[in-house]
Design a protein around this ligand. Structure first.
Ligand code: NDP
Ligand code: 8X3
Length: 252
């Protein structure tokens, strides 16, 4: 069966992807930093779906850790057929004067460098194997900048640019490269952005029905399972109540 590697599988969109692919019989490699959560998800998936699951706990910001974890996957879990570059985050909302340098470093190191590190290792295995599929998780923030979103949006614009670059560079390797750009999805994203302030995070999704992580996972699964000659290169996926990054119809 095909093997899918999902980064950021401990929560939100990545976790929903793990269940979506498991339900359809895929072999899973699940990654994230929170080891305990990875273990719980692994056990639950094995119990429910009886598919092989490998969990690897590492920080995508550390190239050495990425190499150690992914360069020598056990044969039952390699080569990876589908890579879902999902691990990512936003920290804070502020203009450049008030913004935190630490927040900028975290976002740039995770969303851009982390995606590059994982892609470098996995794409090299795909090249050797004669093909594969990389699906990047972008955002509406990759298409439109919003006030105080400056650095987060810049990292997602970079994901969009890297998607296009990789698609060109890997065309000869039979590696599809795609991107999904979700709008508001209620996950742990805003809790992380607001440093654990759950009330503030809840307000982001108040008065309208946001996407669920499962909605995004279904679309990613569809992108991953169309025929070999088809590449769903880019999907913009919005809640019905969202028209653009800033236009959301809220019923207060
Ligand atoms: P969550 O916070 O629920 O999940 C983020 C995941 O990323 C977690 O599993 C986390 O795992 C992992 N992660 C974060 N930093 C690192 C790191 N340094 N190393 C390894 N893993 C890391 O948020 P979402 O599910 O919403 O976010 C997933 C992706 O979707 C992100 O790229 C985000 O930018 C994007 N997105 C989200 C939207 C939303 O509205 N929620 C909309 C558009 C895009 P752990 O902490 O265990 O390491
Ligand atoms: C996440 C969507 O609008 O909260 O990428 O930044 S937004």
């Amino acid at each position: 069966m095909k093997k899918v590697l999902i980064t950021g599988a401990t929560s939100g969109i990545g976790k929903a992807c793990a269940y979506q692919f498991a339900k359809n019989g895929f072999t899973l490699v699940l990654t994230g930093r929170r080891t305990q959560r990875l273990e719980e998800i692994k056990q639950d998936i094995i119990n429910q779906y009886k598919v092989p699951v490998l969990t690897l706990s590492f920080d995508v910001r550390n190239f050495f850790q990425v190499q150690e974890a992914l360069e020598n996957l056990p044969s039952a879990f390699s080569p990876i057929n589908i890579l879902i570059n999902n691990a990512g985050l936003a920290k804070g909302l502020a203009d450049i004067i008030d913004g935190s340098v630490e927040h900028w470093q975290t976002m740039i190191d995770t969303n851009i460098k982390g995606l590059l590190y994982v892609s470098k290792i996995v794409a090299s295995q795909m090249r050797k194997a004669g093909g594969g599929h990389i699906i990047n998780v972008g955002s509406t923030a990759a298409k439109e900048v919003y006030p105080w979103g400056n650095v987060y949006c810049a990292t997602k614009y970079a994901v969009d640019a890297l998607t296009k670059g990789m698609r060109m560079d890997f065309i000869k390797d039979n590696i599809k490269v795609s991107v999904v750009h979700p709008g508001f999805v209620e996950t742990e994203f805003s809790i992380v952005r607001f440093d654990g302030d759950i009330e503030k995070a809840k307000k982001v999704y108040q008065g309208f029905e946001p996407l669920r992580a499962e909605d995004v996972a279904q679309v990613i699964y569809w992108m991953a399972t169309v025929p070999a000659n088809v590449n769903i290169a880019e999907v913009l996926l919005l809640p019905t109540a969202q028209a653009s990054a800033m236009v959301v119809h809220r019923k207060e």
